[in-house]
Design a protein around this ligand. Structure first.
Ligand SMILES: C[S@@+](CC[C@H](N)C(=O)[O-])C[C@H]1O[C@@H](n2cnc3c(N)ncnc32)[C@H](O)[C@@H]1O
Length: 270
């Protein structure tokens, strides 16, 4: 599990990806400002509804945006926000405490690996895991942990992206000479993506619903695109200015549109 050509699966790079909140903040901001189609993910998750007022576990909570949204919308009795990165958990705590009434008392923050969740059996009513299972080379082992933590009849909501997400940007990276092999490389989302999510989840849980949403993005110019690509682990060794220089040439005064499918799998523990 330590050696991999997929930087999302390379444990040695986890610190570079999530050791502090800056890369994720920049990535989210660049994508958010480019987005022109696609319902906000936290709202879609909230719309699937809660299973009772009990215990919500948000796995791979990152900066805590979804945690805060669900803590307000569902108002569960207890929330556990779990992530491997202490720096992101600190940021999540700050955002939750600023945005959720009674957040300090109702939401707990746990630094742990999702392959080994420090909660008792049958402890949770709902487990949410958004955009994090593709960091595991064996997501089915994480799903087995979710099944163990869920009470019988409890619900899991898993969210991921399509393997061909942002393919237009790979084409540009190839055309610019930045990554001539970009079109043929395996996807960052290889281990858990829109195409395999339902079958992987069904190995451990009973799938109830699957939803695919198209999200579309327009990067206005080379600087905007470079601000996003500089947060991709494949290109992060390039300064944003040198990325922008390359893309100014290939974009030739135009912007670029790209897309990703966001897939939601709703499943229950039997
Ligand atoms: C792309 S972020 C997603 C954050 C959030 N769920 C969201 O939707 O914005 C992925 C998160 O998964 C976490 N993560 C990656 N590998 C993990 C592991 N083995 N155990 C727990 N968390 C992990 C990272 O620290 C990061 O916060």
């Amino acid at each position: 599990m330590t050696e991999s050509t997929n930087p999302f699966l390379d444990e040695r790079r986890r610190d570079a990806l999530y050791g502090d909140a800056s890369r994720l903040t920049q990535r989210t901001a660049a994508l958010h400002s480019a987005k022109f189609e696609g319902e906000p993910v936290a709202s879609v998750i909230a719309g699937f509804g809660q299973v009772g007022p009990g215990h919500l576990l948000d796995v791979g909570c990152g900066r805590g945006g979804t945690t805060a949204h669900l803590a307000r919308r569902w108002w569960p009795r207890r929330v556990t926000a779990l992530d491997a990165s202490p720096a992101l958990l600190a940021e999540a705590r700050r955002r939750v405490c600023d945005n959720v009434p009674d957040g300090e008392a109702r939401v707990g923050f746990v630094a742990a690996d999702f392959h080994d969740i420090p909660l008792p059996d049958d402890d949770c009513d709902v487990v949410v895991a958004a955009f994090c299972l593709y960091h595991s080379p064996a997501p089915e082992t994480v799903l087995a942990e979710f099944r163990r933590c869920l009470r019988p009849g409890g619900r899991a909501i898993l969210v991921t992206k399509s393997a061909d997400s942002y393919a237009t940007l790979d084409e540009l990276a190839a055309a610019s000479g930045l990554a001539p092999d970009a079109r043929s490389r395996s996807s960052l989302y290889d281990s858990f993506h829109s195409g395999n999510a339902e079958s992987v989840v069904s190995e451990e849980l009973r799938v109830q619903a699957v939803r695919h949403d198209r999200h579309r993005f327009q990067f206005a110019d080379a600087d905007h695109l470079a601000a996003y690509l500089a947060t991709n682990p494949r290109y992060s060794h390039h300064a944003p200015e040198s990325l922008a220089e390359r893309f100014t040439f290939v974009l030739n005064g135009h912007g670029v549109t790209t897309e990703s499918t966001v897939t939601y799998v709703v499943a229950s523990a039997t």
